[in-house]
Write a protein that binds this ligand. Structure first.
Ligand code: EPZ
Length: 422
Protein backbone atom coordinates (compact mmCIF):
# COMPACT_ATOMS: atom_id res chain seq x y z
CA UNK A 1 0.00 0.00 0.00
CA UNK A 2 2.64 2.53 -1.06
CA UNK A 3 1.87 6.24 -1.14
CA UNK A 4 3.20 8.88 -3.54
CA UNK A 5 4.06 12.40 -2.45
CA UNK A 6 4.33 14.69 -5.45
CA UNK A 7 5.68 18.25 -5.19
CA UNK A 8 4.47 20.61 -7.88
CA UNK A 9 4.46 22.43 -10.08
CA UNK A 10 7.52 21.23 -12.00
CA UNK A 11 8.72 21.61 -15.56
CA UNK A 12 9.90 18.30 -16.99
CA UNK A 13 12.96 18.27 -19.22
CA UNK A 14 14.87 15.17 -20.20
CA UNK A 15 14.37 11.79 -21.79
CA UNK A 16 12.49 8.62 -20.95
CA UNK A 17 12.70 5.23 -22.58
CA UNK A 18 9.36 3.53 -23.23
CA UNK A 19 9.01 -0.05 -22.02
CA UNK A 20 7.46 -2.99 -23.82
CA UNK A 21 3.68 -3.00 -23.97
CA UNK A 22 1.82 -4.54 -21.05
CA UNK A 23 -1.30 -5.16 -23.08
CA UNK A 24 0.64 -6.80 -25.90
CA UNK A 25 2.71 -8.90 -23.48
CA UNK A 26 -0.25 -10.44 -21.63
CA UNK A 27 -1.92 -12.23 -24.58
CA UNK A 28 1.48 -13.09 -26.07
CA UNK A 29 2.42 -14.80 -22.79
CA UNK A 30 -0.86 -16.74 -23.06
CA UNK A 31 0.00 -17.67 -26.65
CA UNK A 32 2.99 -19.63 -25.32
CA UNK A 33 0.42 -22.20 -24.12
CA UNK A 34 -0.29 -23.10 -27.76
CA UNK A 35 3.21 -24.40 -28.51
CA UNK A 36 4.69 -27.03 -26.17
CA UNK A 37 8.31 -26.09 -25.43
CA UNK A 38 10.24 -23.02 -24.40
CA UNK A 39 9.34 -19.61 -25.81
CA UNK A 40 11.45 -16.54 -25.12
CA UNK A 41 9.96 -13.06 -25.00
CA UNK A 42 11.90 -9.80 -25.10
CA UNK A 43 10.74 -6.41 -23.78
CA UNK A 44 8.11 -7.83 -21.42
CA UNK A 45 7.88 -5.08 -18.78
CA UNK A 46 8.46 -5.68 -15.07
CA UNK A 47 4.96 -4.96 -13.83
CA UNK A 48 2.68 -6.47 -11.25
CA UNK A 49 0.13 -7.50 -13.92
CA UNK A 50 2.88 -9.40 -15.73
CA UNK A 51 3.83 -11.21 -12.49
CA UNK A 52 0.20 -12.12 -11.92
CA UNK A 53 -0.04 -13.49 -15.46
CA UNK A 54 3.17 -15.46 -14.82
CA UNK A 55 1.62 -16.93 -11.71
CA UNK A 56 -1.45 -17.96 -13.68
CA UNK A 57 0.70 -19.73 -16.28
CA UNK A 58 2.72 -21.42 -13.51
CA UNK A 59 -0.47 -22.82 -12.00
CA UNK A 60 -1.29 -24.40 -15.35
CA UNK A 61 2.05 -26.23 -15.28
CA UNK A 62 4.32 -23.81 -17.20
CA UNK A 63 7.78 -22.89 -15.93
CA UNK A 64 8.73 -19.22 -16.11
CA UNK A 65 12.17 -17.66 -15.76
CA UNK A 66 13.44 -14.11 -16.08
CA UNK A 67 16.89 -14.19 -17.61
CA UNK A 68 19.55 -11.70 -16.40
CA UNK A 69 19.11 -9.81 -19.70
CA UNK A 70 15.40 -9.36 -18.92
CA UNK A 71 14.06 -11.94 -21.39
CA UNK A 72 11.09 -13.90 -20.14
CA UNK A 73 11.25 -17.61 -20.83
CA UNK A 74 8.04 -19.63 -20.71
CA UNK A 75 8.37 -23.40 -20.85
CA UNK A 76 4.94 -24.80 -21.68
CA UNK A 77 6.05 -28.40 -22.26
CA UNK A 78 3.69 -29.56 -19.53
CA UNK A 79 0.21 -28.20 -18.98
CA UNK A 80 -1.47 -30.51 -16.50
CA UNK A 81 -3.97 -28.20 -14.81
CA UNK A 82 -5.98 -26.19 -17.36
CA UNK A 83 -7.66 -24.06 -14.69
CA UNK A 84 -7.52 -20.27 -14.28
CA UNK A 85 -8.26 -19.77 -10.59
CA UNK A 86 -10.59 -17.07 -9.30
CA UNK A 87 -7.93 -15.85 -6.87
CA UNK A 88 -5.76 -14.81 -9.81
CA UNK A 89 -8.29 -13.82 -12.49
CA UNK A 90 -10.12 -11.55 -10.04
CA UNK A 91 -6.84 -9.63 -9.60
CA UNK A 92 -6.17 -9.32 -13.30
CA UNK A 93 -8.97 -9.52 -15.79
CA UNK A 94 -6.60 -10.19 -18.67
CA UNK A 95 -6.29 -13.69 -17.16
CA UNK A 96 -9.33 -14.50 -19.31
CA UNK A 97 -7.06 -14.66 -22.36
CA UNK A 98 -5.77 -18.10 -21.36
CA UNK A 99 -9.24 -19.50 -22.16
CA UNK A 100 -8.82 -19.75 -25.95
CA UNK A 101 -5.27 -21.17 -25.97
CA UNK A 102 -6.00 -23.68 -23.19
CA UNK A 103 -9.08 -24.93 -25.00
CA UNK A 104 -7.16 -25.28 -28.27
CA UNK A 105 -4.26 -27.09 -26.64
CA UNK A 106 -6.00 -29.27 -24.03
CA UNK A 107 -9.54 -29.62 -25.40
CA UNK A 108 -10.76 -28.30 -22.07
CA UNK A 109 -10.39 -25.19 -19.92
CA UNK A 110 -11.85 -23.85 -16.73
CA UNK A 111 -11.34 -20.15 -16.16
CA UNK A 112 -12.93 -18.04 -13.50
CA UNK A 113 -15.44 -15.48 -14.77
CA UNK A 114 -13.75 -12.14 -14.20
CA UNK A 115 -15.80 -9.77 -12.08
CA UNK A 116 -16.53 -6.12 -12.78
CA UNK A 117 -13.83 -3.59 -12.04
CA UNK A 118 -13.40 0.10 -11.40
CA UNK A 119 -13.82 0.96 -15.08
CA UNK A 120 -17.17 -0.80 -15.54
CA UNK A 121 -18.98 -4.12 -15.99
CA UNK A 122 -16.60 -5.69 -18.50
CA UNK A 123 -18.62 -8.72 -19.70
CA UNK A 124 -16.99 -11.63 -21.57
CA UNK A 125 -20.04 -12.72 -23.59
CA UNK A 126 -18.25 -12.06 -26.89
CA UNK A 127 -15.28 -14.24 -25.89
CA UNK A 128 -17.67 -17.06 -25.03
CA UNK A 129 -19.78 -16.68 -28.16
CA UNK A 130 -16.73 -16.63 -30.39
CA UNK A 131 -15.36 -19.84 -28.89
CA UNK A 132 -18.80 -21.48 -29.11
CA UNK A 133 -18.84 -20.62 -32.81
CA UNK A 134 -15.60 -22.59 -33.11
CA UNK A 135 -17.45 -25.59 -31.71
CA UNK A 136 -16.68 -25.37 -27.99
CA UNK A 137 -19.30 -26.50 -25.48
CA UNK A 138 -19.37 -23.85 -22.76
CA UNK A 139 -21.26 -23.63 -19.50
CA UNK A 140 -20.88 -21.74 -16.24
CA UNK A 141 -20.38 -23.52 -12.92
CA UNK A 142 -19.54 -22.03 -9.54
CA UNK A 143 -18.37 -18.80 -11.17
CA UNK A 144 -16.15 -20.64 -13.66
CA UNK A 145 -16.39 -20.80 -17.43
CA UNK A 146 -16.10 -24.49 -18.32
CA UNK A 147 -15.19 -24.88 -21.98
CA UNK A 148 -14.85 -28.23 -23.73
CA UNK A 149 -13.88 -29.30 -27.23
CA UNK A 150 -12.73 -32.92 -26.88
CA UNK A 151 -12.67 -33.42 -30.65
CA UNK A 152 -10.94 -30.12 -31.40
CA UNK A 153 -12.23 -26.80 -32.72
CA UNK A 154 -13.58 -26.11 -36.22
CA UNK A 155 -12.99 -22.95 -38.24
CA UNK A 156 -15.96 -20.71 -38.98
CA UNK A 157 -16.94 -17.20 -40.04
CA UNK A 158 -17.52 -15.25 -36.83
CA UNK A 159 -18.79 -11.72 -36.24
CA UNK A 160 -17.11 -10.37 -33.09
CA UNK A 161 -18.60 -6.86 -32.81
CA UNK A 162 -20.49 -5.88 -29.66
CA UNK A 163 -22.45 -2.87 -28.42
CA UNK A 164 -19.20 -0.90 -27.93
CA UNK A 165 -17.47 -2.07 -31.09
CA UNK A 166 -14.73 -4.68 -31.23
CA UNK A 167 -13.25 -6.45 -28.21
CA UNK A 168 -9.49 -6.57 -27.76
CA UNK A 169 -9.05 -9.58 -25.49
CA UNK A 170 -12.10 -11.29 -27.05
CA UNK A 171 -10.39 -11.07 -30.44
CA UNK A 172 -7.15 -12.34 -28.86
CA UNK A 173 -8.92 -15.36 -27.36
CA UNK A 174 -10.72 -16.41 -30.52
CA UNK A 175 -7.70 -15.68 -32.73
CA UNK A 176 -5.44 -17.87 -30.58
CA UNK A 177 -8.00 -20.70 -30.48
CA UNK A 178 -8.56 -20.50 -34.24
CA UNK A 179 -4.87 -21.02 -35.06
CA UNK A 180 -5.22 -24.70 -34.10
CA UNK A 181 -8.82 -25.20 -35.33
CA UNK A 182 -9.58 -27.41 -38.33
CA UNK A 183 -10.11 -25.31 -41.43
CA UNK A 184 -10.54 -21.60 -41.98
CA UNK A 185 -11.82 -19.01 -39.53
CA UNK A 186 -12.78 -15.47 -40.43
CA UNK A 187 -13.07 -13.00 -37.55
CA UNK A 188 -15.15 -10.08 -38.76
CA UNK A 189 -15.15 -6.86 -36.70
CA UNK A 190 -11.89 -7.98 -35.09
CA UNK A 191 -10.05 -5.51 -32.87
CA UNK A 192 -7.35 -3.66 -34.85
CA UNK A 193 -5.31 -2.49 -31.84
CA UNK A 194 -1.52 -2.67 -32.34
CA UNK A 195 -1.45 -5.18 -29.46
CA UNK A 196 -3.60 -7.57 -31.55
CA UNK A 197 -1.33 -7.00 -34.54
CA UNK A 198 1.65 -7.87 -32.35
CA UNK A 199 -0.07 -11.02 -31.11
CA UNK A 200 -0.94 -12.07 -34.68
CA UNK A 201 2.66 -11.45 -35.82
CA UNK A 202 3.90 -13.54 -32.91
CA UNK A 203 1.45 -16.35 -33.74
CA UNK A 204 2.58 -16.34 -37.38
CA UNK A 205 6.18 -16.59 -36.21
CA UNK A 206 5.05 -19.66 -34.24
CA UNK A 207 3.74 -21.19 -37.49
CA UNK A 208 0.15 -19.92 -37.58
CA UNK A 209 -1.37 -18.78 -40.88
CA UNK A 210 -3.09 -15.47 -40.24
CA UNK A 211 -3.78 -12.82 -42.88
CA UNK A 212 -5.60 -9.50 -42.71
CA UNK A 213 -3.46 -8.53 -39.73
CA UNK A 214 -4.21 -4.99 -38.57
CA UNK A 215 -7.60 -4.98 -40.31
CA UNK A 216 -11.06 -5.73 -38.87
CA UNK A 217 -11.19 -8.96 -40.91
CA UNK A 218 -8.73 -11.58 -39.70
CA UNK A 219 -8.46 -14.78 -41.70
CA UNK A 220 -6.94 -17.79 -40.00
CA UNK A 221 -6.10 -21.07 -41.74
CA UNK A 222 -5.86 -23.63 -38.97
CA UNK A 223 -2.61 -25.57 -38.59
CA UNK A 224 -1.89 -28.83 -36.75
CA UNK A 225 0.69 -27.43 -34.36
CA UNK A 226 2.66 -24.32 -33.42
CA UNK A 227 6.31 -24.04 -32.43
CA UNK A 228 7.83 -22.13 -29.49
CA UNK A 229 9.02 -18.69 -30.45
CA UNK A 230 11.51 -15.90 -29.78
CA UNK A 231 9.66 -12.62 -30.01
CA UNK A 232 10.11 -8.98 -29.06
CA UNK A 233 7.04 -7.13 -27.81
CA UNK A 234 6.17 -3.66 -29.21
CA UNK A 235 6.66 -0.49 -27.13
CA UNK A 236 3.78 0.55 -24.90
CA UNK A 237 1.77 3.23 -26.70
CA UNK A 238 -0.25 4.03 -23.59
CA UNK A 239 2.85 4.57 -21.48
CA UNK A 240 4.23 6.75 -24.29
CA UNK A 241 0.97 8.74 -24.43
CA UNK A 242 1.04 9.22 -20.67
CA UNK A 243 4.59 10.62 -20.81
CA UNK A 244 3.61 12.87 -23.73
CA UNK A 245 0.91 14.34 -21.50
CA UNK A 246 3.49 14.66 -18.71
CA UNK A 247 5.59 16.89 -20.97
CA UNK A 248 2.54 18.88 -22.04
CA UNK A 249 0.97 19.39 -18.62
CA UNK A 250 4.27 20.62 -17.12
CA UNK A 251 5.02 22.95 -20.05
CA UNK A 252 8.13 20.88 -20.49
CA UNK A 253 10.12 18.95 -23.03
CA UNK A 254 10.50 15.17 -23.03
CA UNK A 255 12.38 13.01 -25.47
CA UNK A 256 10.72 9.59 -25.69
CA UNK A 257 12.92 6.75 -26.86
CA UNK A 258 11.50 3.48 -28.22
CA UNK A 259 8.12 4.92 -29.13
CA UNK A 260 6.15 4.16 -32.29
CA UNK A 261 4.26 7.26 -33.42
CA UNK A 262 2.57 5.20 -36.14
CA UNK A 263 0.58 3.42 -33.42
CA UNK A 264 -0.46 6.74 -31.89
CA UNK A 265 -1.85 8.87 -34.70
CA UNK A 266 -5.08 9.84 -32.90
CA UNK A 267 -3.16 10.87 -29.79
CA UNK A 268 -0.46 12.81 -31.62
CA UNK A 269 -3.14 14.52 -33.71
CA UNK A 270 -4.97 15.68 -30.57
CA UNK A 271 -1.77 16.93 -28.99
CA UNK A 272 -0.74 18.88 -32.08
CA UNK A 273 -4.25 20.34 -32.36
CA UNK A 274 -4.13 21.77 -28.87
CA UNK A 275 -0.70 23.30 -29.36
CA UNK A 276 1.81 20.66 -28.26
CA UNK A 277 4.72 19.93 -30.60
CA UNK A 278 5.46 16.27 -31.30
CA UNK A 279 8.43 15.69 -33.60
CA UNK A 280 9.59 12.26 -34.74
CA UNK A 281 13.22 11.75 -33.74
CA UNK A 282 15.36 8.61 -33.99
CA UNK A 283 13.39 5.65 -32.65
CA UNK A 284 11.01 7.96 -30.80
CA UNK A 285 10.01 11.58 -30.58
CA UNK A 286 10.45 14.91 -28.88
CA UNK A 287 7.40 16.38 -27.16
CA UNK A 288 7.53 20.10 -26.36
CA UNK A 289 5.09 22.62 -25.06
CA UNK A 290 6.09 26.26 -25.13
CA UNK A 291 2.82 28.18 -24.86
CA UNK A 292 -0.79 27.93 -23.75
CA UNK A 293 -2.84 24.96 -24.94
CA UNK A 294 -6.32 25.03 -26.43
CA UNK A 295 -9.39 23.08 -25.35
CA UNK A 296 -10.40 20.02 -27.39
CA UNK A 297 -13.21 17.56 -27.92
CA UNK A 298 -12.22 13.94 -27.50
CA UNK A 299 -14.26 10.82 -28.17
CA UNK A 300 -12.71 7.51 -27.20
CA UNK A 301 -13.10 4.70 -29.71
CA UNK A 302 -11.53 1.39 -30.62
CA UNK A 303 -8.26 1.71 -32.58
CA UNK A 304 -7.42 3.68 -34.68
CA UNK A 305 -9.65 6.06 -32.69
CA UNK A 306 -8.54 7.85 -29.54
CA UNK A 307 -7.74 5.21 -26.87
CA UNK A 308 -9.86 4.93 -23.74
CA UNK A 309 -6.62 4.13 -21.89
CA UNK A 310 -5.52 7.77 -22.33
CA UNK A 311 -8.86 9.44 -21.60
CA UNK A 312 -8.11 10.14 -17.93
CA UNK A 313 -4.63 11.53 -18.63
CA UNK A 314 -6.02 13.91 -21.29
CA UNK A 315 -8.74 15.02 -18.89
CA UNK A 316 -6.04 16.15 -16.46
CA UNK A 317 -4.29 18.03 -19.27
CA UNK A 318 -7.43 19.69 -20.66
CA UNK A 319 -8.33 20.86 -17.13
CA UNK A 320 -5.63 23.47 -17.57
CA UNK A 321 -6.77 25.08 -20.82
CA UNK A 322 -8.49 28.39 -21.29
CA UNK A 323 -11.98 27.20 -22.30
CA UNK A 324 -14.30 24.20 -22.32
CA UNK A 325 -13.51 20.72 -23.56
CA UNK A 326 -15.86 17.77 -24.01
CA UNK A 327 -14.77 14.19 -23.43
CA UNK A 328 -17.05 11.36 -24.54
CA UNK A 329 -16.21 7.83 -23.40
CA UNK A 330 -17.52 5.35 -25.97
CA UNK A 331 -15.58 2.25 -24.96
CA UNK A 332 -16.17 2.06 -21.19
CA UNK A 333 -19.00 4.56 -20.50
CA UNK A 334 -18.43 4.39 -16.71
CA UNK A 335 -14.67 4.93 -16.78
CA UNK A 336 -14.66 8.16 -14.80
CA UNK A 337 -13.36 7.32 -11.32
CA UNK A 338 -10.77 10.09 -11.73
CA UNK A 339 -13.37 12.86 -12.14
CA UNK A 340 -14.11 13.31 -8.45
CA UNK A 341 -10.42 13.05 -7.52
CA UNK A 342 -9.36 15.65 -10.12
CA UNK A 343 -12.13 17.93 -8.84
CA UNK A 344 -10.55 17.58 -5.39
CA UNK A 345 -7.47 19.14 -6.97
CA UNK A 346 -9.55 22.15 -8.12
CA UNK A 347 -10.36 20.94 -11.62
CA UNK A 348 -13.80 21.88 -12.89
CA UNK A 349 -15.30 18.70 -14.34
CA UNK A 350 -18.97 17.89 -14.75
CA UNK A 351 -20.04 14.38 -15.67
CA UNK A 352 -23.27 13.71 -17.57
CA UNK A 353 -23.57 9.97 -18.35
CA UNK A 354 -20.66 8.99 -20.61
CA UNK A 355 -19.70 12.64 -21.15
CA UNK A 356 -17.50 14.96 -19.10
CA UNK A 357 -17.48 18.71 -19.63
CA UNK A 358 -14.08 20.06 -18.73
CA UNK A 359 -14.16 23.74 -17.84
CA UNK A 360 -10.56 24.91 -17.93
CA UNK A 361 -9.06 26.35 -14.73
CA UNK A 362 -5.96 28.53 -14.27
CA UNK A 363 -4.27 26.11 -11.89
CA UNK A 364 -4.66 22.81 -10.11
CA UNK A 365 -4.11 22.71 -6.36
CA UNK A 366 -2.50 19.77 -4.58
CA UNK A 367 -4.72 17.53 -2.42
CA UNK A 368 -4.73 14.07 -0.90
CA UNK A 369 -6.29 11.77 -3.52
CA UNK A 370 -6.99 8.09 -4.02
CA UNK A 371 -5.84 5.96 -6.96
CA UNK A 372 -8.75 3.83 -8.15
CA UNK A 373 -7.59 2.11 -11.32
CA UNK A 374 -4.50 2.13 -13.47
CA UNK A 375 -5.14 4.99 -15.90
CA UNK A 376 -7.14 7.09 -13.43
CA UNK A 377 -4.10 6.91 -11.15
CA UNK A 378 -1.79 7.96 -13.95
CA UNK A 379 -3.99 11.03 -14.44
CA UNK A 380 -3.58 11.89 -10.76
CA UNK A 381 0.21 11.65 -11.04
CA UNK A 382 0.11 14.00 -14.04
CA UNK A 383 -2.17 16.42 -12.21
CA UNK A 384 0.17 16.25 -9.21
CA UNK A 385 3.15 17.28 -11.37
CA UNK A 386 1.30 20.43 -12.45
CA UNK A 387 -0.56 21.25 -9.24
CA UNK A 388 0.60 23.79 -6.70
CA UNK A 389 1.74 22.13 -3.48
CA UNK A 390 2.16 18.59 -2.25
CA UNK A 391 -0.21 15.95 -3.65
CA UNK A 392 -0.52 12.64 -1.84
CA UNK A 393 -1.75 9.64 -3.79
CA UNK A 394 -2.84 6.55 -1.91
CA UNK A 395 -3.07 3.02 -3.33
CA UNK A 396 -0.10 3.40 -5.66
CA UNK A 397 -0.28 -0.33 -6.47
CA UNK A 398 -2.80 0.62 -9.17
CA UNK A 399 -0.10 2.66 -10.91
CA UNK A 400 2.46 -0.14 -10.49
CA UNK A 401 0.17 -2.44 -12.48
CA UNK A 402 0.97 -0.56 -15.68
CA UNK A 403 3.94 1.77 -15.16
CA UNK A 404 7.29 0.40 -14.06
CA UNK A 405 8.58 2.61 -11.24
CA UNK A 406 7.10 5.77 -12.73
CA UNK A 407 8.89 7.93 -10.15
CA UNK A 408 12.33 6.57 -11.14
CA UNK A 409 11.56 7.35 -14.79
CA UNK A 410 10.23 10.88 -14.31
CA UNK A 411 12.36 12.16 -11.42
CA UNK A 412 15.57 12.42 -13.49
CA UNK A 413 13.59 14.72 -15.82
CA UNK A 414 12.67 17.04 -12.96
CA UNK A 415 9.64 15.41 -11.30
CA UNK A 416 9.59 15.35 -7.49
CA UNK A 417 7.79 12.11 -6.69
CA UNK A 418 8.62 10.26 -3.49
CA UNK A 419 7.36 6.77 -2.76
CA UNK A 420 6.52 6.03 0.85
CA UNK A 421 6.11 2.37 1.75
CA UNK A 422 3.48 1.95 4.42
C1 EPZ B 1 -8.37 -4.24 -23.29
O1 EPZ B 1 -9.35 -4.69 -22.38
C2 EPZ B 1 -7.25 -3.63 -22.47
N1 EPZ B 1 -6.70 -4.63 -21.57
C3 EPZ B 1 -7.77 -2.43 -21.70
O2 EPZ B 1 -6.67 -1.81 -21.07
C4 EPZ B 1 -8.39 -1.42 -22.67
O3 EPZ B 1 -8.97 -0.37 -21.96
C5 EPZ B 1 -9.43 -2.11 -23.54
O4 EPZ B 1 -8.88 -3.28 -24.19
C6 EPZ B 1 -10.00 -1.22 -24.62
O5 EPZ B 1 -8.97 -0.74 -25.43
C7 EPZ B 1 -5.77 -5.46 -21.99
O6 EPZ B 1 -5.37 -5.46 -23.13
C8 EPZ B 1 -5.16 -6.35 -20.98
P1 EPZ B 1 -12.55 -4.83 -24.65
P2 EPZ B 1 -10.53 -5.65 -22.89
O7 EPZ B 1 -13.02 -6.25 -24.61
O8 EPZ B 1 -10.06 -6.46 -24.01
C9 EPZ B 1 -17.29 -4.51 -24.25
C10 EPZ B 1 -5.54 -0.77 -19.27
O9 EPZ B 1 -5.76 0.30 -18.63
N2 EPZ B 1 -17.29 -5.99 -24.25
O10 EPZ B 1 -11.94 -4.36 -25.91
O11 EPZ B 1 -11.06 -6.35 -21.72
C11 EPZ B 1 -16.63 -3.95 -23.01
O12 EPZ B 1 -17.49 -3.93 -21.91
C12 EPZ B 1 -6.67 -1.70 -19.65
O13 EPZ B 1 -4.41 -1.13 -19.60
C13 EPZ B 1 -18.49 -6.67 -24.33
O14 EPZ B 1 -19.58 -6.08 -24.39
O15 EPZ B 1 -11.58 -4.58 -23.43
C14 EPZ B 1 -16.21 -2.59 -23.50
O16 EPZ B 1 -17.31 -1.72 -23.46
C15 EPZ B 1 -7.92 -1.50 -18.90
N3 EPZ B 1 -18.46 -8.04 -24.31
C16 EPZ B 1 -15.83 -2.85 -24.96
O17 EPZ B 1 -16.49 -4.08 -25.31
C17 EPZ B 1 -17.30 -8.74 -24.27
O18 EPZ B 1 -17.33 -9.97 -24.27
C18 EPZ B 1 -14.34 -3.00 -25.23
O19 EPZ B 1 -13.77 -3.89 -24.27
C19 EPZ B 1 -16.08 -8.03 -24.21
C20 EPZ B 1 -16.11 -6.66 -24.20
Amino acid sequence: MDIFHIEGPVRLSGSVSINGSKNASLPIMAAAILAPGESSLKSVPHLSDISVCGKLLSQLGCKLTREPDGDLRIDSTVIDNPVGEYEIVRRMRAGICILGPLLARCGRAEVSMPGGCAIGDRPVNLHIRGLQELGAQIHLKNGYIIAEAPNGLRGKDIFMGGPFGSTVLGTANVLMAATLAKGRTVIESAACEPEITDLANCLNKMGARITGIGSPRLIIEGVKELQPVEFKVIPDRIEAGTFMVAAAITEGELRLQNCRLDDMMAVVDRLRNIGVTVDAEGDGCLVTRTGPIKPADITTQPYPGFPTDLQAQFMALLSLTDGNSVIIEKVFPDRFMHVAELNRMAANLRKEGPVVIVAGVKKLIAAPVMASDLRASAALVLAGLAAEGSTTIQRVYHIDRGYERIEKRLNPAGAKITRESV
